[in-house]
Design a protein around this ligand. Structure first.
Ligand code: FES
Length: 568
């Protein structure tokens, strides 16, 4: 949950434990429903096992306690929130959770409460007759409860487990379970409802059933309705009181000491003492990554703290996360740090900006031969960099890297059409001539290298060594077209030109330089004579050696480009 005041360390684990118990209850309840696919009789027999598990002093106490604790602690966490700005998934999860208690009142009063107050037996046959055959509107309400409670549980489980290293492997199976369980339960109910409606055609069936199960009388129904309405009202009133209380508390907190959080772009955000840095960012709408929603688990909100290190010390959980990523002493988690005086911070992982995507015209779909410049770039030593990082850190690093190189390509007029591992392939000349294409590719390469250096500086405390890339550029004929299947197509090029560019990119490692271009690229770009080393290299599937230029100082390339009329 983003943006909370400090809560007791027991609150979240207790709430989680209660949530898990409630989810287990749902699974057994839905499994019981699914027995309807076998027969109404099987459903009733399975219900006896279900009751043996849950309708006993221990089961009921645990269930009721978990329900109350999960709900009330949820309200408590809402009260403690400093701001209601939060990611969409989190808002959805909270709304689903708050909808459960009122819907549950309808279900539980008609079954367990009626049983406790009047000894009514809530057999499936009677409940389905009442809710689905005689009063379908009530059945729709029950279906709503089923959907809301299950969705709340699944979203909660997903966001709890997604940081586990093994989660990706089990996710497909878990997703299938998340989808199949309510579907089977609904089909079980539908099939049982069909059986019950057939039975209801028998003369006197309904009357005999209601008598045998001691169904509540009209007066008793009225009393139960009062109980139900009381519970529903109580649920909404408690929520309203929670919201009003937090508004009052927030108003009061601004009357006390406020401090200022300063960001790298010069913005200063005033906050009351007690807010986290993440809350400061959120309140000022400053993009700030927080993948785990401010629970101190993911480290994506981390910041470098300038100057004042006399801060409130990190809690054990924050220390554990910071140690896991090998953070320096000036790095803290923004979602956990509550400054007590003015502070300058630098978010270390910027929120990802949507990268501009370039689309090729549709006439390329069938493929055509064109003169293009092809650029390949690879991040050096990426495997080693990724070795000691958490999976989402690797993903963020890659996204920042792709953002840096992809934007350079797009700004120069090219199309970054393939991202594989830590490599990028870009095409220039799809809509222009080869001379322009070569100049664009060279321009992009210089900007890419500069941006990767900037990124490296920004993340210097997070990286074992500065980031470096190796770029190869070649030009010539290639078949350009869209490939793919179904709705997924992307523009690519095939042919010797592409293979050669890829080979030049790989050679940068051998030559220890950032950029290798073929002489053809240099000529087409109009660079004239360049005082960089020239070599001949052999390329697979190419008989004659290829003349290449080893660019060991990209800044000097800028001078040549300027002379050729292109600014890097
Ligand atoms: S948002 Fe995940 S650790 Fe701060």
């Amino acid at each position: 949950m983003t943006s909370n005041q400090p809560v007791g360390p027991w609150v979240r684990p207790v709430r989680l434990g209660c949530g898990l118990l409630l989810f287990a209850y749902l699974v057994t309840h839905f499994t019981n429903h699914a027995f309807g696919l076998v027969s109404l009789q099987a459903m009733e027999e399975a219900r006896l096992w279900f009751l043996a598990l849950w309708r006993n002093p221990i089961g009921e106490t645990a269930l009721l306690g978990a329900l109350l604790a999960h709900w009330l602690l949820g309200l408590w966490l809402i009260y403690r929130r400093r701001t209601l700005r939060m990611p969409m998934w989190e808002a959805t999860q909270i709304i689903l959770g708050l909808t459960v208690p009122p819907l549950l009142a309808y279900h539980v009063v008609g079954t367990r409460v009626a049983n406790a107050m009047y000894g009514s037996e809530d057999l499936y046959t009677r409940v389905i007759l009442g809710n689905w055959v005689q009063n379908p509107a009530s059945g729709v309400l029950q279906a709503g409860l089923l959907t809301v409670a299950w969705s709340h549980g699944c979203v909660g489980l997903h966001y709890w487990l997604r940081f586990r290293a093994w989660y990706g492997r089990v996710f497909p199976a878990l997703l299938a379970f998340f989808v199949l369980m309510p579907v089977l339960a609904s089909l079980g109910i539908a099939e049982a409802a069909r059986e019950v409606s057939e039975l209801a055609h028998q003369p006197d069936f309904a009357r005999r059933l209601l008598t045998a199960t001691r169904a509540p009388s009209t007066e008793q129904m009225a009393t139960l309705a009062q109980v139900r309405d009381g519970l529903v009202t109580m649920a909404w009133v408690l929520l309203a009181v929670t919201l009003v209380a937090r508004i009052v508390r927030e108003q009061l907190s601004w009357r006390h000491l406020t401090i200022r959080i300063r960001y790298p772009d010069g913005r200063e955000v005033p906050i009351p003492v007690g807010w986290t840095v993440l809350e400061a960012s959120r309140s000022a709408l400053i993009p700030h990554l927080s993948v785990c929603g401010g629970r101190g688990r993911c480290s994506t909100c981390r910041i470098r703290v300038a100057g004042d290190l006399a801060l409130t010390p990190p809690a054990p959980q924050e220390i554990a996360v910071l140690q896991r990523i090998g953070a320096g002493p000036d790095v803290r988690l923004a979602c956990q740090l509550r400054p007590i005086r003015d502070l300058a911070v630098t978010p270390l992982l910027s929120a990802i900006r949507a990268a501009a995507t370039a689309r090729a015209p549709r006439d390329t779909l069938a493929g055509r031969e064109r003169q293009v410049a092809v650029l390949f770039a690879d991040m050096r030593g990426f495997t080693k960099i990724a070795e000691n990082k958490l999976p989402y850190d690797v993903v963020f690093l890659l996204n920042r890297y792709f953002e840096a190189v992809g934007s350079a390509v797009a700004e120069a007029g090219g199309i970054a059409n393939q991202y594989t591992g830590d490599g990028v392939m870009a095409l220039f000349g799809v809509n222009t001539n080869i001379e322009t294409a070569c100049r664009q590719a060279l321009l992009a390469s210089g900007v890419m290298i500069r941006r990767v250096e900037d990124l490296s500086r920004e993340l210097e405390n997070e990286l074992p060594a500065p980031l470096r890339i190796g770029i190869g550029i070649h030009a010539g004929a290639a078949v350009v077209g869209e490939i793919g299947y179904g709705d997924t197509h992307y523009l690519t090029a095939v042919g010797d030109t592409v293979n050669t560019a890829s080979r030049l990119g790989a050679l940068t490692k051998q030559y220890g330089c950032d950029l290798i271009i073929s002489e053809l690229v240099s000529e087409q770009a109009g660079l004239g004579h360049m005082d960089f080393p020239h070599h001949e290299v052999t390329v697979r599937n190419r008989e004659a050696p290829l003349k290449v230029v080893i660019i060991d100082a990209v800044r000097r390339l800028a001078d040549h480009l300027a002379l050729a009329g292109t600014t890097m």
